[in-house]
Design a binder for this molecule. Structure first.
Ligand code: V47
Length: 372
């Protein structure tokens, strides 16, 4: 087949992709710097279909954000509030458990639980929350707490990170979500999230989690003040850790949403850049199995097209989303399972309902079985 690659800098990259060879820093930069979006899509789709054929994965999940109180005050964020802010909320344990049960009749297979860095909630409170969820919803996978929350809990409790993680695992954490990584460049972090753990610490918490047997996701926040070098370096640091631990399951590029943040003057990302970030990720992260086009963040329309640009996952039903909607997301807060099926089928892909660890799920309206 003749493939037209308009940008001549991409020809040697295409040859490597066809041979299944690892791409390096300079090639990552060339991928980010090109406008030849169709060549990027072609190459990323080649890798995606090699790994996953025609399948696109989704899940039936529910987000729970127990508190928006946060000591970090990151400029990138519209969700976190100071503890004395009258708009701030913190759920009681009963409210967390009640929220978990609210939503669709369709049984969820995953709770995605993240929140702010609350100065008064201790490890013990989180452990009781997890135990209460496991008692009430024993079949549901708990994907809970970013590396940033874990580092903060460990520091507040003066317990090492590995012991903090062991206690959370004992209380019911099954895996970790990918948020909070932002972008590892220290120059950029000083501006967008200066009170957060740095990139090296994020990587070390992830390494410890993986060594304890936990799987996790990983992310990169793009579309603010970072440049192409920052993006490529971020991907390479994730790839390097993955070479060591094999603990990452899915990578999710996250487009910066500026509304109601101190960085409101920054323009929103375009569909072009969103698709480019999916494609470059698929090409550079050769050791991370899945690339997710998070429909809440990139809209269902672009998430559908992303299934031809390197993504093999679209995320799930979500039910209630706060972090992106506080920052101006105009997407709906939830999609029904049937709507996800339609989006995937229209994109010409075969939908597979998965659990958090990508085991296929068989279901009726109100119950499910994970096929192992
Ligand atoms: O941790 C915060 C980022 C993350 C903004 O692991 C912002 O399966 C854009 O991590 N604009 C939350 N991004 C989302 C997230 C996620 C989503 C879906 C699936 C998974 C998974 C993880 O969003 C935060 C932060 O990194 N964020 N504020 C903002 N204004």
């Amino acid at each position: 087949m003749t493939v037209i690659v308009d940008d001549s800098r991409l020809r040697p990259v295409l040859a490597k992709v066809e041979r299944g060879e690892r791409l390096h820093r300079e090639e990552g930069l060339a991928l980010y710097r090109t406008s030849d979006i169709l060549a990027l899509g072609y190459m990323a789709n080649l890798v995606r279909e090699r790994l996953h054929g025609n399948l696109t994965y989704f899940n039936v999940n529910r987000h729970i954000n127990p508190t928006d109180v946060c000591v970090a005050s990151c400029r990138l964020c519209a969700f976190g509030k100071r503890v004395r802010d009258p708009r701030a909320y913190t759920m009681s344990l009963e409210q967390v458990w009640e929220t978990a049960g609210r939503g669709w009749s369709e049984a969820v297979t995953e709770f995605h639980i993240v929140g702010g860095l609350h100065p008064e909630l201790r490890l013990d409170w989180y452990c009781r929350m997890l135990r209460g969820l496991k008692e009430r919803f024993p079949q549901v996978h708990l994907k809970a707490f970013t590396m940033v929350e874990i580092a903060y809990l460990a520091q507040r409790t003066s317990i090492p990170v590995h012991e903090t993680l062991e206690r959370l695992i004992d209380a019911g954490v099954d895996s970790l979500p990918g948020g909070g990584a932002e972008i590892f460049s220290e120059r950029v972090r000083r501006i967008i999230c200066d009170h957060k753990i740095d990139g090296a610490q994020w990587i070390e918490v992830a390494r410890t989690a993986h060594q304890l047997g936990l799987k996790s996701n990983c992310t990169m926040l793009y579309g603010h003040i970072e440049n192409e070098e920052d993006r490529v370096d971020h991907l390479l640091r994730l790839r390097e850790l993955q070479d060591d631990t094999r603990g990452f399951v899915t990578y999710i590029p996250l487009a910066f949403h500026p509304d109601h943040t101190p960085l409101e003057h920054i323009a929103r990302t375009t569909g072009f850049d969103d698709l480019k970030n999916i494609a470059v990720a698929r090409l550079m992260l050769d050791n991370i199995p899945h690339i997710k086009a998070y429909w809440i963040m990139m809209t269902p329309r672009i998430a559908q097209i992303a299934q031809r640009f390197g993504a093999d996952d679209i995320d799930g039903t979500v039910v209630e989303e706060k972090i992106y909607h506080d920052a101006g997301a105009t997407t709906s807060q939830s999609l029904r399972r049937g709507e996800l099926l339609r989006l995937i089928r229209e994109a010409g892909r075969e939908p597979v309902e998965r659990d958090t660890l990508y085991r296929p799920v068989r279901r009726t309206e109100t119950a499910f079985t994970v096929l192992v």
